[in-house]
Design a protein around this ligand. Structure first.
Ligand code: DGL
Length: 276
C-alpha cells in the first residue's frame, strides 16, 4: 500500500496549488489528481451536490488508481464533505481548511485575519470556527470572491483586468486592519501577486496548501503509509474538462513538466462502480 498513490481532487486547476506543495514535501510519493472542470464552479452549489461530486471522484480515484489517502484540495468540498468522507472511506482523508486555519493563527500578530474564499466556504463558516477554536480572541473577516476562480481558470493572472477584479473583490477588507489573509480557495495562490498587490506588503498571505502537505505527511507517517522509495514519484492527471487547457495551466504552475492529463467523462464518474 505504501507505493499506492495519494489522490487529490478539486473542482479545477486550483488543487494543483496543493499538489505542488505535496510534491515538494513528499517528492517520492506517487500522486493522482482529478480536476472536475466540467462541473466548476463548486462555490455556488449546495452542500448536498458538492458532497455527491466529492464521493463520485473519491470512488473513481479508488477504483482507477487504488489511492491510499485522499486530499480534498478544494476548500468548498472540504467544507461540504470532509466529515462525511472521513466517516465513509476506509482510507485517510485530509482537507485544506483546518491546516489553513492553523497556519493563519500561527502567522497573525494582531489577531485580525481575513479569509477570501468561495460563497460555499464562506457560508459554511468553517474557517471562522477552526480559527476561533485555536485562538478565541481572533477577529475574522470573510469575503466571497467567485470572480477570482474564473480568473484563475482562464489563466488570467497578471493582466490589468485581473488586478482590477482582484482589487474590487478585496475592497471591503481594506479598512479592517488585517495583518494576515488566508487564500481560502485553492485557486487563489495562482493569483498571489495580484492579491499581494491589492492588500499591500504589510499583509501576510497564507496558502493552506503548504500546511495541508505537512498534515498529509504526518497522517501518512502515523498510518505507516509513507512511500519508502528513493526516486521521484509519478504524477497522473485527470480532468472532466478540456485536457489541452488543463495541461497548459499544469505545466505553467508545477515544478516538473506534468504528464498530459486524461479526459474523464461525467458519465464515468456517475456510473456506479464496485470498490472494495
Ligand atoms: N478551488 C475551490 C476551492 O478551494 C473552489 C472553486 C470553485 O469551484 O468554486 O474552494
Amino acid at each position: 500500500m505504501q507505493n499506492d498513490p495519494i489522490g487529490l481532487m478539486d473542482s479545477g486547476v486550483g488543487g494543483l496549488t496543493v499538489l505542488k506543495e505535496v510534491q515538494r514535501l513528499l517528492p517520492t510519493e506517487n500522486t493522482v489528481f482529478l480536476g472536475d472542470q466540467a462541473r466548476l464552479p463548486y462555490g455556488p452549489r449546495s452542500v448536498a451536490e458538492v458532497t455527491m461530486f466529492t464521493k463520485q471522484i473519491a470512488q473513481f480515484l479508488r477504483q482507477q488508481a487504488g489511492i491510499k489517502a485522499l486530499v480534498i484540495a478544494c476548500n468548498t468540498a472540504t467544507a461540504a464533505a470532509l466529515t462525511t468522507m472521513q466517516q465513509t472511506l476506509p482510507i485517510p482523508v485530509i482537507g485544506v481548511i483546518a491546516p489553513g486555519a492553523q497556519a493563519a493563527v500561527q502567522t497573525t500578530r494582531n489577531h485580525r485575519i481575513g479569509v477570501i474564499a468561495t460563497a460555499g466556504t464562506v457560508k459554511s463558516d468553517q474557517y471562522r470556527r477552526d480559527i476561533l477554536a485555536a485562538a478565541p480572541n481572533s477577529q475574522i473577516f470573510s469575503v466571497a470572491c467567485p470572480e477570482m476562480v474564473t480568473l484563475a481558470e482562464q489563466n488570467d493572472l497578471t493582466t490589468t483586468h485581473a488586478q482590477s477584479v482582484v482589487a474590487a473583490n478585496l475592497a471591503s477588507l481594506m479598512d479592517k486592519k488585517i495583518d494576515t489573509l488566508v487564500m481560502g480557495c485553492t485557486h487563489f495562490p495562482l493569483l498571489r501577486s495580484a492579491i499581494q498587490h491589492a492588500v499591500g506588503s504589510q499583509v501576510t498571505l497564507v496558502d493552506p496548501g503548504l500546511a495541508t502537505a505537512e498534515q498529509t505527511a504526518a497522517i501518512l507517517k502515523t498510518h505507516g503509509l509513507l512511500n519508502p522509495a528513493t526516486t521521484r514519484g509519478t504524477a497522473q492527471f485527470f480532468t472532466t474538462g478540456e485536457t489541452a487547457h488543463f495541461d497548459t495551466l499544469a505545466s505553467q504552475w508545477l515544478d516538473q513538466q506534468p504528464m498530459p492529463a486524461k479526459h474523464v467523462s461525467i458519465a464515468q464518474l456517475t456510473t456506479p462502480m464496485e470498490v472494495n
